[in-house]
Ligand binder design. Structure first.
Ligand code: ACO
Length: 151
């Protein structure tokens, strides 16, 4: 099984992770507005109020106590497939300076393992063409298309 460099540690998101630069890592992905720690903690607890739904993992650099990678899988409950459940992988990001060290792969493996352990019949995600080779390396294959309508 793939393991991380010994300075790195993978664990669930904690209520104090605002201070470890959680939002800074997400900035490699898209526009992030920093609403301050109180608003961050509120959102953390809002996710917690949905039991067995949001699983966010972070990779922490123990030498600096900062977050260098993040990812989430959320569990959708369907009426089809015998009330089946689906894991949606979202918001994967690795600090620019730490990319290419298998951190992303480790996060995807861990999120997929959570999804499968919960009993999801599939785990899916959307990505740009540029990231297709990365997800193929993680064992995913291209299926169908993403459609989006922004407000
Ligand atoms: N093209 C080709 N191969 C790639 C690419 C790429 N763009 N990115 C990674 N790989 C390969 C690596 O070379 C490696 O292959 P190897 O095992 O043969 O050496 C394998 O994929 C695993 O790569 P990692 O080192 O684990 O990748 P990394 O830690 O850099 O994480 C990630 C990849 C998450 C895409 C990172 O580069 C990143 O944060 N990018 C910016 C944000 C982003 O695009 N996030 C994903 C959005 S999609 C979503 O969130 C569902």
């Amino acid at each position: 099984k793939l393991s991380l460099h010994s300075d790195l540690h993978i664990r669930p998101l904690a209520s104090t992770d605002y201070r470890r630069g959680h939002l800074d890592v997400l900035r490699v992905l898209t526009v992030v507005s920093d609403l301050g720690e109180e608003a961050w903690v509120e959102q953390f607890h809002r996710q917690r109020t949905c039991p067995d739904t949001y699983y966010t993992l972070v990779v922490v650099d123990k030498t600096t106590d900062t977050i260098v990678g993040v990812g989430c899988v959320f569990i959708e409950r369907k009426f089809l497939r015998g009330n089946g459940i689906v894991g949606h992988i979202e918001d994967i990001a690795v600090d620019e300076k730490q990319q290419g060290k298998k951190i992303g792969l480790r996060i995807i493996n861990a999120l997929t393992a959570i999804s499968e352990r919960k009993g999801c019949y599939k785990t899916i995600l959307n990505c740009s063409d540029k990231n297709i080779p990365f997800y193929e390396k993680c064992g995913f294959e291209k299926k169908e298309n993403e459609m989006a309508k922004y407000a």
